[in-house]
Design a protein around this ligand. Structure first.
Ligand code: BDP
Length: 679
């Protein structure tokens, strides 16, 4: 019967590889070794450490080459949780300072094998760039995910701790395979309930699984927890009763989870409670929690994502709030700063807070989930975005003060360095909704491990492990991925335009958006400033003067309309429609060509993918193909919406050699998507 079905399938899909692939294995599609191979090869280590036993098991199961000897050397502190691999055709030796280093080495070897790299003459030393490589889940306790587009949360709180889904371990393994060693389990808009004793026990069951993979759990906490859960009069960080409540809560957590990582806090931001509710500062709040955690070596990640609907440019507010507090934070507080000064746009200049804080620990927060890049519908490979920020030169300590070097301990020594990203993972069978969304999870892990890796290399590793090692497949897919983020920038927000998304879901375009009584800083007009003169936000000294937060020479470059790179032009300048761009075109024409380029580029991505039919299993082929169709239609929607709307100000024709709009502006204004919104 089975044979008949297979023959039938071959007849229906003559070009397809029949092996079913649904993306659930991610990049971990290792093949088990045969008995023969296992017989001729030894994997040796004498240890009962559960992490080491796991490292050994992975190699026993999947390593198909020479014998391997594993060892922990406690003297090699400089390796941190990295590893050394040396060896020849017959024997490989792996040394690590920490047990988890051996696990990372095991995955490193398996990756070399899976990507057909030579393993006969190895001399590898890997030391991670950041100490804490952490995913931030924006998962709510009711299993909805704020800005998560791959279904409901992985964490089935109602079943825990009684029922343990096998996915918890698969998730931990995937993270460990790329070096991720920490997870914030819940949304930054945190429910106080996560700190109730009942949830702490549930959390323990996850921590117990993750521990074997070298992963620590962290929690987002609600600053009002003492009052809401503990019945204290208020949650003032200087109130002794409040201080005691946190101390006891921390003690309770560590009794149950001895390696608990610490807290992530969103305070006095977008309606969340915080120390300012009591006339205290961010430092007062952070330090109170840091003191409670100190004895356990716990860490506070305190977010700098704060802004109010004031007359000040939103892009300036985090800097204004935090720079005066520099030096006031305890050494186990790390200020967690979004890569750009607004909010995870497809492109932002780096956040000027990087390097502006001289005496406080800083870390970058990226967003893997594509809140502003087409959700799990659009293909956008984000390694180039991550690298753009990490490689940005802030000039904080002179030339070469990149964001990476300011945060990885090179320029500013820190007790612990860290890097975070908001996860795109959910209950979907392929974990991330779009198969290519997996690449962004992978890329974040790889860059957190080594920020010097190139986007190309990471893409190549991911493609060859996830799909195929055939160069005829790798090359075009890599090229498609490499251009994909710029493509999204082109059809969503070229030339530095930003935040012109529909107010309530951030998916589609709404440059005309305005809500009566709504916060101005949540409205597109606040950002694009379209008028009969031109387009863009004047952040020079004639405008909000946000450029003053950057150091020379960046300040002069961004602040001068002639010098400012095109990609940030409308971020920093209000530019006349007829202004002559570097290309020689008027700004209006340039804008039109950019939107059109975005549309054409998505179509080219479709062509690349369609040509690859038969070189990839049919299920993933069709699923990606369908998503590209959505992306293609959305790109036209963005182009038409933005050009038709901005044209009402520019009063200029859309250049006649580009594709004509296929929508009416008034129809586009009526589109209402019933997409889940957060709080
Ligand atoms: C914005 C999101 C919002 C988050 C917020 C944050 O729209 O859902 O709660 O960031 O980072 O991007 O706190």
């Amino acid at each position: 019967m089975m044979k008949v079905i297979i023959l039938l399938l071959l007849f229906i899909f003559p070009y397809s590889i029949v092996r079913a692939e649904d993306g659930s294995k991610l990049w971990l599609r290792y093949v088990s070794v045969s008995k023969d191979v296992a017989h001729n090869r030894s994997i040796s280590i004498h240890s009962k450490d559960p992490i080491i036993l796991l490292a050994k098991q992975e190699l026993v199961n999947f390593w198909g080459k020479q014998s391997i000897e594993l060892a922990v050397d406690r003297k090699l502190t400089y390796l941190k949780d990295g590893f050394k691999i040396t060896g020849n055709l017959n024997r490989i030796k792996v040394i690590a300072h920490e047990p988890v280093g051996l696990l990372y080495a095991a995955y490193h070897l398996l990756q070399l094998q899976a990507t057909n790299q030579p393993v006969s003459n190895l001399n590898i030393e890997e030391i991670p760039s950041f100490d804490i490589r952490i995913l931030n889940h924006w998962d709510n306790l009711d299993r909805t995910v704020e800005r998560g587009y791959a279904g409901y949360s992985l964490w089935k709180w109602d079943e825990l701790p009684g029922v343990i889904s096998p996915r918890y371990e698969e998730y931990a393994r995937a993270n460990a395979s790329i070096g991720i060693n920490a997870v914030v389990i819940n949304n930054v808009n945190a429910s106080p309930q996560i700190l109730s004793s009942q949830y702490v026990i549930k959390l323990k069951s996850l921590a117990d699984i993750f521990r074997r993979y070298g992963i620590k759990v962290y929690l987002s906490v609600n600053f009002s927890s003492p009052k809401i859960l503990g019945g204290t009069k208020d949650s003032d960080p200087l109130n002794p009763e409040v201080i005691l409540w946190w101390k006891n809560k921390v003690k309770e957590i560590y009794q149950v989870i001895p390696d608990f990582g610490g807290f992530l806090v969103k305070a006095n931001s977008e309606g969340q409670p915080g120390p300012q509710d009591y006339g205290r500062t961010h430092a007062d709040g952070a330090n109170m929690l840091a003191d409670a955690l100190k004895a356990y070596h716990g860490v506070i990640m305190w977010r700098a994502f704060v802004y109010n609907p004031s007359s000040e440019d939103r892009a300036k507010q985090a800097y204004q709030e935090f720079v005066p507090l520099d030096g006031a934070f305890r050494d186990n507080v790390i200020i967690q700063i979004k890569n750009g000064p607004i909010d995870f746009q497809p492109r932002e200049p780096f956040n000027p807070l990087f390097g502006a804080l001289q005496k406080s620990n800083e870390m970058v927060e990226f967003q893997i989930t594509q809140e502003y890049l087409g959700f799990a519908n659009h293909l956008a490979y984000l390694a180039p975005l991550f690298k753009e920020t990490l490689d940005s030169d802030t000039y904080a300590d002179g030339k070469g003060s990149t964001v990476a070097k300011l945060t990885d301990g090179t320029l500013r020594p820190a007790r612990k360095t860290a890097i975070a990203a908001v996860a795109n993972i959910g209950e979907d069978i392929n974990w991330t909704g779009h198969h290519f969304g997996q690449a962004n999870w992978f890329a974040f892990g790889r860059l957190a491990w080594n920020h010097e890796l190139s986007s190309e290399q990471i893409a190549e590793e991911w493609i060859s492990m996830t799909f195929s090692t055939d160069n005829k497949f790798i090359d075009p897919v890599k090229k498609m991925m490499m251009g994909s983020r710029e493509t999204v920038v082109n059809y969503m927000m070229p030339l530095g335009l930003h935040h012109i998304f529909a107010f309530d879901h951030h998916y589609g375009p709404e440059p005309w958006g305005d809500q009566e009584g709504g916060r101005p800083d949540w409205m597109p007009w606040y950002y694009h400033h379209a008028d009969t003169v031109g387009l863009g936000f004047d952040r020079t000294s004639n405008g909000s003067n946000a450029i003053s937060q950057y150091r020379p020479p960046i300040q002069e470059v961004f602040g001068d309309i002639q010098l400012c790179p095109d990609q940030y032009l409308l971020w920093f300048h209000h530019v006349p429609w007829s202004y002559t761009m570097k290309s020689g075109r008027s700004m209006w024409d340039e804008l039109c060509y950019k939107y059109d380029a975005g549309v054409q580029q998505v179509r080219a991505m479709q062509q690349v993918w369609d040509r690859l039919e038969g070189q990839v299993d049919q299920q993933r082929f069709v699923e990606v193909q369908s998503k590209l169709k959505i992306q293609s239609r959305d790109a036209v929607w963005w182009k038409d919406a933005c050009l038709l709307y901005f044209q009402t100000f520019s009063k200029k024709p859309i250049p006649y050699d580009i594709e004509r709009p296929v929508h009416e502006l008034e129809d586009l204004k009526k589109i209402k998507l019933m997409i889940k919104h957060h709080n």
